[in-house]
Write a protein that binds this ligand. Structure first.
Ligand SMILES: [Ca+2]
Length: 470
């Protein structure tokens, strides 16, 4: 982004704050006061109940096309991956952005000087393609390894490369090693490369790959497109297949495959029990799916040979049906979304399951709820789960278009990035927060900032940016 466009963006940000955009509206709903009059309707009212989430913008100045948000395991900083090969390391804990209106303007102003930019070269970026997935190594604090999932320059292959920060995770990419690479089989259009790479509890790595716009690949047992794949990166590069993958030793199967029948999966995440939830963007039906660790077929690609593709409720009986599905005609979210703006595109995605929090920032409203959303339409819903992980029911909880990723902060808030209107780093808060939550305090010796020092620290005290970061 040029300086002038940055300036325009900042101007917009200020105008937004001054004018009171919806997301910038004060959280402080005036508390009910004891009425002096005696009319019945003036009787004291109970405090407002939480009705949902609003997405408080912490920074509108997020560069590139932000698609992934990851906190540093030491709690002192965080990463945003841009689709166009840009990786930004912010020298500030996610949790250090002050809660409340005052801090937001300050945060927008101060963000730029505290970022280090790294370039992931050699990726193809367009639409849902680019550097889309990123995971930190389970031993990241020791080895500085992280992994990026991308489509290569001419969109011939998708690949996973391992990078290492030099001298620990301190801003300089020192090495790059390929782990996985496979052909996209000459996709007819540059879409559907999949999205998430995420480590499992046992140190193996799950990859969601898309169908490369060739649905028949999703059912091809020898091809790695349109699948859930499980591998184990090797220290010297490359990978090995975990011996307990379900199709190891079967000559009809590529041994990396643990599930088939995916189309364009973009975002997903594990719960504490190791169950994996993900959204799959459909041709007719959008889906939220659950992978319970067993080999299975999520259905996409059936009927490809005779042009009778199925998804959502029309998938054959021997496939895994989605937990939730919706379509243009049956959009389960828009009707309940007061902020729905008429957007016609659809895109299913899964955020996270709100569990294991340090401090419950949502007064029980999100406890054990599974958060999913439609990236394009902008509605966000939360599901109550049965013991087996399936959804018992779900309801509208908020609106934010173009959410690309969500992550749980150490302070118990849900954070995320959105890639448009505006590009932003956000924090989810209750729409009617009854009391201001206590400020988050970083662990001793970790995290340079606390919530209270933002106004006192000078920009020139911040680390100098590298590369072309502003
Ligand atoms: Ca399906």
């Amino acid at each position: 982004m040029s300086r002038s466009s940055t300036f325009v963006a900042l101007l917009f940000a200020f105008a937004c704050f001054a004018g009171g955009c919806d997301v910038g509206a004060s959280s402080k709903t005036p508390p009910p006061t004891a009425a002096k009059k005696t009319e019945p309707e003036a009787a004291p009212k109970p405090p407002p109940k939480p009705e949902g989430l609003r997405f408080e913008i912490l920074c509108e100045d997020v560069p590139s096309v932000p698609v992934r948000l990851l906190g540093h395991p030491d709690g002192g900083s965080f990463f945003i991956l841009g689709r166009d090969g840009d990786l930004y390391h912010y020298d500030r804990p996610l949790e250090s952005f002050p809660v409340g209106k005052e801090g937001r303007t300050d945060a927008v102003r101060r963000f730029a000087g505290r970022v280090t930019k790294m370039k992931i070269e050699g990726s193809f970026a367009k639409g849902d393609m680019g550097t889309i997935g990123m995971a930190l190594d389970p031993d990241f604090l020791k080895n500085g390894f992280f992994y990026v999932w991308y489509a290569d320059k001419k969109d011939e292959n998708v690949a996973l490369d391992r990078f290492a920060f030099k001298g620990g995770p301190k801003e300089v990419v020192a090495s790059r090693t390929n782990v996985v690479r496979f052909s996209r089989n000459a996709p007819p259009t540059p879409y559907h490369m999949g999205g998430i790479v995420e480590f499992m509890k046992d140190g193996s790595l799950l990859i969601m790959s898309g169908d490369a716009e060739r649905p028949e690949l999703s059912q091809n047992k020898k091809d790695l497109n349109g699948k859930l794949l499980r591998i184990r990166p090797k220290p010297e590069g490359g990978y090995e297949v975990p011996a307990d993958n379900p199709h190891v030793g079967d000559p009809e199967w590529a041994p990396e495959i643990v599930a088939i029948g995916l189309r364009a999966p973009f975002r997903g995440s594990f719960d504490k029990k190791g169950r994996f939830y993900f959204g799959d963007v459909g041709s007719v039906y959008e889906e939220i799916n659950l992978w319970d660790g067993k080999p299975c077929d999520f259905g996409w690609g059936r009927g490809a040979k005779d042009g009778k593709l199925t998804d959502g409720p029309t998938s054959p009986g021997d496939t895994v049906k989605p937990l939730v599905y919706w379509s243009q005609k049956e959009d389960l979210g828009a009707a309940e979304d007061p902020d729905y703006n008429g957007e016609t595109r659809l895109s299913a995605a899964f955020g996270l399951v709100y569990e294991g929090f340090l401090d419950d920032r949502y007064a029980g409203f999100l406890t054990d709820k599974a958060i999913f959303f439609d990236v394009m339409r902008g509605w966000v819903r939360a599901a109550t789960r049965r013991p087996d992980g399936t959804f018992a029911d779900h309801r509208h909880v908020g609106h934010r278009q173009f959410i690309a990723d969500m992550t749980l902060g150490r302070d118990g808030y849900v954070y995320g990035v959105a890639w448009a209107r505006p590009k932003a780093l956000f924090r989810a808060r209750l729409s009617h927060e009854i009391t201001e939550p206590p400020p988050w305090k970083p662990d001793k010796g970790k995290g340079a900032d606390s919530a209270d020092d933002v106004g006192s620290r000078r920009d020139d005290a911040a680390p100098k940016p590298a590369g072309d970061a502003r």
